[in-house]
Ligand binder design. Structure first.
Ligand code: TYD
Length: 232
């Protein structure tokens, strides 16, 4: 049982530019922690709930006309409020681990810096939306914007992805600044490394976080140690 700031569970966020490999790495970490007997909820933003997935298509599709920056920030925050209320807090209260692909730092980076709304304003908005639920730990997968664009799956870019490289460079800097300001709560990883290498680095650090929280497992299920593909 952990003694997280967020109840009994452990709350981990994956952040980074588009094309950094967050979804692969969050899946591998979830598998590795399950292999160590933890109950893990793996989720994403915007999304994770019915209303969140609807907001996701509204905010990401090109077909809804112009969306001004404040409206955009509120849509992400609304999806996040539902996510926290319906999925994340209940799981943490049950003592489970929650791994989310993107969270508040995405809004700080994309809306606060990228759209110019201001980091403190966007932090305040999201503190209100989530009842000040912050992750215990955040992994930033760092990727150069040009490389990120090249790595993205073909098939059309969403509204945010289609922003110019200069926008994505600002987003990248925002993540690096957030991590530099609180190194004990962040791990920044060069996303150009091989998938198993990155997975191993993440797992090592998350195990340290777990021990610092006073336990090696949140809700043991009796499953065996180790996990395929985790690289550690
Ligand atoms: P993501 O799910 O990572 O995109 P995909 O699965 O298509 O790679 O994120 C969707 C986009 O939304 C991404 O470009 C970042 C953006 N975003 C924000 O601008 N603010 C936010 O708060 C969040 C969560 C995402």
């Amino acid at each position: 049982m952990t003694t997280s700031a967020n109840g009994t569970g452990l709350f981990i966020a994956f952040e980074g530019g588009d094309g950094a490999g967050k979804s692969t790495q969050s899946r591998l970490l979830a598998e590795a922690l399950r292999g160590r007997g933890m109950v893990v909820v793996q989720t994403r933003e915007p999304g994770g709930t019915e209303i969140g997935e609807k907001l996701r298509s509204l905010v990401l599709d090109h077909g809804h006309g112009e969306i001004d920056p404040r409206t955009e920030a509120l849509m992400y925050a609304a999806a996040r409020a539902a996510h926290v209320e319906q999925l994340i807090r209940p799981a943490l209260a049950r003592g489970e681990a929650v791994i989310t692909d993107r969270y508040i730092d995405s809004s700080v980076a994309y809306q606060g810096i990228g759209r110019g709304l201001g980091t403190q304003e966007v932090r305040d908005l999201n503190a209100w939306a989530t009842g000040s639920l912050w992750p215990d730990f955040t992994v930033v997968l760092d990727v150069d914007p040009v490389e990120g664009r090249a790595r993205r799956a073909p098939g059309g870019e969403d509204r945010l992805e289609s922003e110019p490289d200069s926008f994505h460079a600002q987003v990248r800097n925002a993540y690096l600044e957030a991590a530099a300001a609180a190194p004990e709560r962040y791990l920044v990883i060069d996303a150009r490394q091989d998938v198993p290498v990155i997975a191993g680095l993440i797992l090592d650090r998350v195990e340290q976080v777990l021990s610092a929280h006073g336990a090696t497992s949140a809700v043991a299920t009796g499953a065996g140690p180790g996990s395929p593909g985790a690289g550690a």
